[in-house]
Design a binder for this molecule. Structure first.
Ligand code: ADP
Length: 907
């Protein structure tokens, strides 16, 4: 953001008379076009995206000057069978903003999502004591009245709880509380609009106070009226209620008489439902209801005969018919049936027939698949090669299965024709019919792919390309932070507000039994706890031996997932459980070099962003030095996600300029505002703000006791990490800080022991067997790894720690453009470590010019590190700690007492 208080955000006009206040929540239906725009917004952003909800001043449009910035917390797509239905959008308001584009004839509700300039109000100062006291009094009075008026205990408890909160609330939070209260009380629209514009906390409290006083008096008056008409009203209500019941009973009786088959003849329901003499609006409702029910019924009828799902559906359907409409139970069963029939069951005639086999049969399949992968992704040659192999295995297996299925079917048909001749009873031939479904149960079981790598390296988009190549629908399930088994497997139906789990939801959305489902971030799935074991549920989903009868607790009928192609992604392998890892085939994506990033930015990200923001390719070019500047100074990541975002910001900025240029053109016929179609490096600061990574290298300094190590973070990103040591007066102890795990602590001790044993040889002590920490003066060593809040573990910091101790005790320094990684043993050997490619790429991004690595990792560098990085970096492969020291401090920089030492260790 260029400036904290001004920004451009997507805005949505709320239909009149709806209003969303900060801290309020709203759910509204939105048109399909808006829903689709929002859906891309949601997909593109990692967190909950923000939009501004702006109310209208009157029913005939015209936007209000104030709106509320809100998080999109939910967006529900209409069911595929009923695409005309609107999307449902839930927003959580969090702060008021002022709309700067207040052009009065701006189109509003119908214009969809429009990017507008907005301004955040300045940071709030605490309100005055007087207005807080008045506000509290008015709010407490209103709550008290509401609590007295309600007959429901639960509501009364809530009012009392809120009242207790208000009594306790601090001055700083009072204005926030006013927002909470006003958004949940009824009030007039105009009052609420004015309240929305009250950016000043004092003003807001005053308005809230007036509003509550008004509300209290209204409720008092209406109570008096209510009491006086109470008797006559209750009589009327009783009569109304009884009439309703009578109508429902009559309807049921009529249904019972007409229903002859278990499900009744198709199509008779709508007639029945509409034949009542109810009022017009009721009739509309009933027609829609009947249509839905007919839809469910036809889907049940389409289910494969004798299948479990059909049996269950028929049983529930019958129960549904017995239960009066409008009861809670009715709603529960109806909801269940909707889910049950929405699943694409194999064998059901309404399930969209799979075109997968046709795609696979095509001789050009592999060529097309390669083209697909190439057109979506730059580079990644090894990964693409592996994916093409994978796709050919999937293809071969599918074709083989198809062949087997055909043969089996033929042999069964043969039996069917023979048996009736032998046996006179027709019934026996009948018993063979179910086994005909068997072949469709057998399906493709390719290996499960697991893409491992830092964010933005293309894991998700590779999954999408595979789905496109196979001609199957793609669904993504995000497992980040799933703690509860029920999120995967659903809640049992006895549970209030129960529903199916993520797998069934994805299947329903896909609408076919053979989608590609991407299980995103499987390393972030919670382990076994009192909410069950989500990892175990995932295992069942992924296990080809079990997943043809996957059991969702809500659906409670075995679901066949064997045709689904699962692909998993994760940032690291460390937190994935062994059995889960066992079922996966790992494909590493370690990150891109600057060269690769430039290609991706120029050929993929920029065109994509131009298209998304409505600019043509010739309207904007970003000069190559500018792109490189963004990649090096504004982002420093392994993948290209932030790069994509930064390019998006540049393109949006230019899109606004372009629009202003056009506007100026229209008004006077002459263009006042210049538009330049190239973005140069020197303009970036004006667009993206101050570069985040400027001058980071100059912060690095060559210091005694400080050495740079190489790490791979939990997100799979490589980078450098300083190992800092200082000496403090003490008694020879080692202090280790920085959220260190057991293994890394042990390697710290190991390193110190090695240095102590070689202290004499390194001229740190004057005699053998002297402890350098005790003579001449007693001291403790404190070793710290910065980013103290991030957990660190692993043995790979061994040589960095040794170098840090040697530097601290000898006074020699390691240059700050050298970084190192390697495990050490007590004998002073340097052992191999993992994540070499990530670490080297991370070091390259951090402008390190020389890396010290274990000798045994030589091959990793040759095979995995891109040639262009190999060309500009110096690699020093070491076998022993002595070699590492020599390489780090420079030849001869450490005064070894005996030169034979080095020779000896090399032998
Ligand atoms: P991940 O799932 O690994 O976090 P994504 O698949 O979401 O990453 O990728 C982020 C963006 O970067 C996507 O828009 C994707 O198309 C793009 N991207 C990543 N790698 C490449 C590549 N090699 N070529 C082209 N675009 C890429």
């Amino acid at each position: 953001m260029v400036n904290m208080s001004k920004a451009t955000l997507p805005t949505l006009a709320l239909p009149y008379p709806l209003i969303l206040l900060p801290s309020g929540r709203i759910t509204i239906p939105v048109k399909r076009s808006i829903g689709e725009t929002l859906s891309t917004l949601v997909q593109e952003s990692e967190t909950q995206p923000i939009i501004v909800a702006v109310p209208l001043t009157s029913p005939e449009s015209s936007l209000y000057q104030w709106g509320t910035a809100a998080h999109i917390v939910r967006l529900i797509k209409p069911p595929a069978r009923n695409p005309k239905q609107p999307y449902l959008l839930s927003l959580n308001g969090f702060t008021r903003v002022r709309i700067l584009d207040t052009n009065p004839d701006l189109p509003t509700v119908d214009s969809g999502i429009v990017d507008r300039r907005i301004e955040y109000p300045p940071t709030e100062s605490p309100p005055s004591a007087e207005s807080v006291v008045k506000f509290k009094a008015a709010a407490l009075k209103l709550l008290d009245q509401l609590a007295k008026d309600t007959t429901q205990q639960a509501k009364r408890d809530t009012y009392n709880k809120v009242a207790a909160m208000i009594e306790e609330i601090s001055y700083v939070r009072a204005a926030w509380m006013a927002d909470v209260m006003v958004s949940s009380t009824n009030g007039e629209y105009s009052d609420k609009l004015e309240f929305l514009s009250a950016a000043d906390p004092d003003d807001r409290l005053r308005r809230a106070t007036t509003l509550f006083v008004k509300q209290s008096s209204i409720s008092e008056v209406s109570k008096r009226i209510a009491q006086s008409v109470d008797e006559s009203l209750s009589k009327q209500q009783k009569e109304f209620f009884l009439r309703q019941q009578q109508a429902a009973i009559e309807r049921e009786l009529k249904n019972l008489r007409r229903t002859s088959s278990p499900l009744g003849p198709p199509g008779n329901m709508p007639k029945d439902e509409s034949s009542g003499n109810s009022s017009e609006s009721e009739l509309d409702n009933e027609e829609a209801e009947a249509e839905d029910m007919a839809d469910i019924k036809s889907k049940i009828e389409a289910m494969a005969k004798d299948s479990e799902e059909r049996k269950m559906a028929v049983r529930e359907w019958r129960r549904l018919k017995r239960i009066p409409q409008g009861s809670v139970e009715h709603g529960v069963i109806r909801n269940y049936l909707e889910w049950l029939t929405a699943i694409p069951w194999t064998g059901s005639s309404t399930t969209t027939p799979s075109t997968a086999v046709e795609t696979l049969r095509d001789r050009a399949f592999l060529r097309n698949a390669k083209q697909q992968l190439d057109s979506d992704h730059f580079g990644l040659e090894k990964v693409k090669k592996r994916l093409t192999e994978y796709l050919s295995v999937v293809r071969l297996k599918a074709l083989q299965m198809e062949q087997e299925a055909k043969e089996e079917q033929r042999s069964q048909q043969l039996q069917l024709t023979i048996i009736p001749k032998k046996s006179a009873k027709a019934g026996e031939a009948h018993t063979l019919v179910p086994s005909l479904r068997q072949p469709s149960r057998k399906t493709v079981k390719g290996p499960i792919l697991l893409f491992v790598g830092p964010p933005g390296t293309g894991k998700t988009s590779l999954g999408q390309s595979i789905a496109k190549a196979l001609g199957r629908p793609f669904q993504r399930i995000s497992l980040g932070g799933v703690r509860d088994e029920a999120e995967i497997r659903g809640h049992r139906r006895t549970y209030v507000a129960s529903g199916p789990g993520m797998i069934v939801q994805a299947l329903r959305k896909a609408g076919r039994p053979d989608p590609v489902i991407l299980l995103d971030e499987i390393d972030k799935v919670g382990q076994s706890n009192h909410h069950g074991d989500p990892a175990a549920a995932l295992l069942e989903v992924l296990d080809p031996e079990q997943n043809h009868t996957f059991n969702d607790h809500y659906i409670n009928v075995p679901i066949d997932l064997s045709q689904v192609l699962f692909i998993c992604t994760s940032n690291t392998l460390e937190t994935i459980s062994g059995p889960l890892l066992d079922r996966c085939e790992i494909i590493q994506l370690s990150g891109y070099t600057y060269n690769e990033k430039m290609h991706i930015a120029k050929n993929f990200l920029l065109p994509k962003q131009l298209h998304a923001n409505g600019l043509a390719t010739e309207q904007l070019t970003v000069a190559e030095p500018a792109l490189l500047h963004i990649a090096t100074h504004y982002t420093r990541e392994a993948g290209v996600r932030s790069l994509d975002r930064a390019i998006g910001a540049v393109v949006r900025f230019k899109a606004v300029e372009w629009a202003e240029h056009l506007d100026a053109d229209n008004e006077s016929g002459v263009s006042i505002k210049e538009y330049k179609d190239v973005v140069d490096e020197d303009e970036l600061e004006g667009i993206l703000g101050i570069a985040r990574w400027d001058g980071e290298e100059s912060d690095r300094e060559e210091r005694r006791g400080v050495v740079y190590g190489l790490v791979v973070t939990g997100m799979g990103e490589g980078g450098i990490l300083p190992v800092e040591t200082i000496a403090v007066p003490g008694t020879g102890k080692l202090m280790l800080t920085g959220s260190l795990g057991e293994v890394i602590k042990e390697s710290g001790e190991l390193a110190l022991s090695w240095v102590k044993t070689h202290a004499y040889d390194l001229c740190i002590t004057a005699a053998r067997y002297q402890d350098p920490l005790k003579t001449p003066n007693g001291m403790d060593i404190h070793l710290h790894l910065p980013s103290g809040a991030v957990k660190k573990d692993g043995p790979s910091a061994g040589i960095a720690m040794t170098c840090a101790f040697v530097s601290l005790l000898t006074g020699a320094c390691v240059p700050c453009d050298i970084a190192m990684t390697g495990e050490i043993t007590l004998r002073g050997r340097v052992g191999p470590v993992g994540g070499i490619k990530e670490k080297v790429l991370g070091a390259h991004r951090a402008n390190i010019t020389k890396v010290i690595l274990p000798w045994a990792n030589r091959k990793d560098v040759e095979h995995d590190v891109p040639v262009e990085v190999q060309a500009v970096m110096q690699f020093s492969f070491v076998r022993t700690v002595e070699e590492a020291l020599e390489s780090a401090f420079g030849k001869g920089a450490l005064g070894w007492r005996s030169k034979d030492m080095l020779m000896e260790s090399r032998l």
